[in-house]
Design a protein around this ligand. Sequence first.
Ligand SMILES: Cc1cc2nc3c(=O)[nH]c(=O)nc-3n(C[C@H](O)[C@H](O)[C@H](O)COP(=O)(O)OP(=O)(O)OC[C@H]3O[C@@H](n4cnc5c(N)ncnc54)[C@H](O)[C@@H]3O)c2cc1C
Length: 464
Amino acid sequence: MTQLLDELYNIVGREHVYSAYSDRYCYTYDASFCTVQSGNLPAFIVHPGSVEEVSQLMQLANREKIPVIPRGAGSNVSGGTIPVRDCMVMVLTRLNRILEIDSRNLVAVVEPGVVTGVFQQEVEKLGLFYPPDPASLPFSTLGGNAAECAGGPRGVKYGVTRDYVLGLQVVLPDGQIVETGGRTLKNVAGYDLTRLFVGSEGTLGIITRITLRLIPLPEAKQTMLAVYDSVDGAAETVAAVISAGIIPATLEFLDQVYIKNIEEYAHVGFPLDAAAVLLIEVDGDPAVIEKQVVKIEKICRQQGATQVRVARTSQEAGDLWQARRAAFGALARLKPTVIGEDATVPRTNLPEMVKRIRRIAEEFDVLIAVVGHAGDGNLHATFLCDERDQEEMARVDQAIAAVINAALALQGTVSGEHGIGRMKSGFLARQLGPAALGLMRNIKRTLDPNNILNPAVMFGEGQE
Ligand SMILES: Cc1cc2nc3c(=O)[nH]c(=O)nc-3n(C[C@H](O)[C@H](O)[C@H](O)COP(=O)(O)OP(=O)(O)OC[C@H]3O[C@@H](n4cnc5c(N)ncnc54)[C@H](O)[C@@H]3O)c2cc1C
């Protein structure tokens, strides 16, 4: 132990290694409700400051067969950074430089610890746009976003993190440093390793540099709020808007529980008696968006909207979005345990999925609030419960399984954006089947034969 600590001090410097009990305990959580099994504390927390240090740490971990848990801001909600016993938690937040913003090639190069929102602000100062917008953007890191392939409200029009990653520098479990992809939009040299690492949840390699694609900042945007007294009307509007040939930048659905909570918390003018609201944003050429606003308003009313409000100022629009981003956290006022599901369906199946979630809530007598990036079919059935109540948690577990099965039955996926982590490893086989799951395990074994990188994530603890 002392010898290992000395080696760690030599690699990253004594001030960047934490081994006291209280420090180790601080890294036993993330934003999921997964908790570490008693005694499963990490052995060390290390904060490397360069790719060379990451590489040396991985060589040491591989030699000593020490599990390594990469960590950005720890904001994932799937248990992706919950440690295993005696592991090394590798925190990447010291690698937080924006290395380059190349306006002519619309490319940026960043280190993984850069905070998403900070990066977005920096490129916007130059008239550029980095669209992926997880609601956690004020604190999540670009490395964590890449490892989770994070998405957000703008996914419907602009896609998710993988659509913006052109290349990566990755440290493999044995310490080798590899470069994938490049700086060009077109690049078909060999297998697409970039896409393999994006969304790999820290199980295949440590991302130490990211080359990102940028696009020009849309000239204008307009935010609208449509209010419904029936959930069905709001859900049906989503497909109707897109069938009319309009792809809004965002199309967010919030149900009654969310509306009430957000309003009581943020006071942005959500009507307390509404059954559902849609928060819609269109962006682009001002003349085009003006026409789109008129068309969307008409469609909303045809589908039963009782009120359609267009934000008059950017402040008003900003307040609506800030309230939306606070939605998940605000629910903690109702119940101490908030579990955000993210099963996702093709958008035309959204109305049916919402109905099935309602039925599941009744059948298992659990409180489920529904919010979602409805434009891309990504719903968040949010379970409000109390993890100290074992009887309630048993019903919640059954209801979660039922929601996931419902999504799969409707041609959906077990996870649209939060990842498999520890929480959904039991459901992966249901979606993939044995052949695809076996292929994924083989990829993991090939890259990480000692199973040291995030060993409990994706396939479940004790398995690789
Ligand atoms: C309030 C709130 C709102 C959220 N909203 C959204 C949302 O709208 N959309 C969405 O997609 N997610 C959302 N999330 C989930 C979370 O913010 C995202 O998953 C985010 O991408 C995680 O970034 P992070 O820096 O916190 O990564 P962490 O949580 O620290 O890590 C996430 C995963 O990536 C791995 N990892 C981290 N850094 C690296 C690296 N450099 N190399 C290799 N692996 C690494 C970790 O091992 C872990 O498996 C939300 C979470 C919260 C708390």
